[in-house]
Ligand binder design. Structure first.
Ligand code: GLN
Length: 189
């Protein structure tokens, strides 16, 4: 894992925080904005932000197909929050440009206005307890195929793994906790 080059899609949203967390884990983070940069990384993170904006920018920058191809060839990918929405094959009651790489149906802004954001303890199968921040977060309503639920919070699915693909409804990069980043980096081995 040490020294692995991990790209963070840097079109919009919380990409700097992921870079800091990756560097603290001993990986080599880099910002991704072009197809050429996608070819040069060992793994990719799609950060939180506004999923419709990030999707439109990925389309106009010509990044959708190159990312899909690399992931299908085995490159690990992780989407946090808006990134999870962009990985989903289905979005409940909505249509928007996205990667469609995971067998999950995601509901956007799912916790409602009264709980715009909250921090919660994460009990992930096989990991020490950790923490995540939820900001206008989605949750996963349904999984199928090879998608496997790793964590639930408030009775909702918030973390799913499907082979080389990982999705979390929360932002671990907004806490000091490196548990989930370390988990993702182990997916590179
Ligand atoms: N609400 C945003 C969306 O639907 C996601 C929020 C986030 O990434 N923190 O795209």
């Amino acid at each position: 894992m040490a020294g692995k080059k991990v790209g963070v899609l840097a079109l919009q949203g919380a990409f700097t925080e992921h870079e800091i967390a990756l560097a603290r884990c001993g990986a080599r983070p880099c910002q991704i904005r072009t197809e050429l940069e996608i070819e040069a990384v060992d793994a990719l993170i799609i950060p939180g932000g506004e999923s419709t904006t990030i999707g439109k920018l990925m389309l106009s920058f010509g990044l959708l197909e190159p990312i899909r191809r690399r992931v299908k060839e085995g490159m690990p990918i992780w989407g946090t929050c808006a990134g999870m929405i962009l990985l989903a094959k289905e979005i409940v009651d909505m249509e928007q440009v996205r990667l469609e790489l995971m067998d999950i149906a995601v509901k956007r802004n799912a916790y409602g206005r009264q709980v715009d954001s909250f921090e919660a303890e994460l009990e992930v199968e096989g990991l020490q307890p950790s923490r995540g921040v939820f900001i206008r977060a989605p949750y996963v309503e349904r999984v199928w195929g090879h998608a496997h639920v790793l964590c639930r919070v408030k009775d909702k699915t918030v973390m799913v793994r499907e082979d080389n693909r990982l999705a979390t409804a929360f932002h671990p990069e907004l806490t000091n906790d490196l548990t989930i980043h370390q988990y993702f980096l182990r997916m590179l081995n």
